[in-house]
Structure formats: C-alpha cells, structure tokens
Design a protein around this ligand. Structure first.
Ligand SMILES: [Zn+2]
Length: 83
C-alpha cells in the first residue's frame, strides 16, 4: 500500500481524532458518574449531564466549574465534589 495515498492520509488524520474524541468522551463519562456539585445558595447537590459538564466553563482551578443550579437557578463557581 502506498503510504501517500489519500485514503492512508485520511486514516492518519481521522484515527488520532477518533481516539482523542473517545478519550475525552470516556473522561467526561467517568467524571459525571463519580462527581457532583453542591450549590452554595440552596445547598442541594446535583449532577451534570455529559453535555453540560463538557460545556461548563472552567475557572482556572482544576476542580471548579461555573455551573447553574437546577433547583434555585444560581449560576457561579462551584467545586467539583467526588460522590
Ligand atoms: Zn441552588
């Protein structure tokens, strides 16, 4: 097989992207299953869906996200808490 063929090049591009996507998806899957957030206003604890977790803004701190409380609607920094 000629390594410079368009199909080989395509595979070389898509394969790492697919693996990176799978890795990120798995990471988010594990993170959403094993962590939750505690609202500082109404002190309820809630979990984020995969999609919301992926798009939750990072604050610069590893275990903190800017999320919206589903109960009282408060939006702000909340620490990621392990279950
Ligand atoms: Zn709340």
């Amino acid at each position: 097989m000629n390594p410079a063929s368009p199909i080989a090049m395509l595979i070389q591009i898509i394969l790492p992207m697919g693996l990176a996507f799978l890795f990120v998806y798995k990471y988010i899957d594990i993170r959403t299953k094993t962590t939750h957030f505690v609202c500082p206003v109404c002190s309820c604890s809630f979990k984020l869906s995969k999609l919301n977790f992926a798009f939750a803004l990072k604050t610069g701190l590893l275990n903190e996200r800017i999320v919206t409380c589903p109960v009282c609607g408060y939006r702000g920094r909340m620490p990621v808490v392990k279950d």
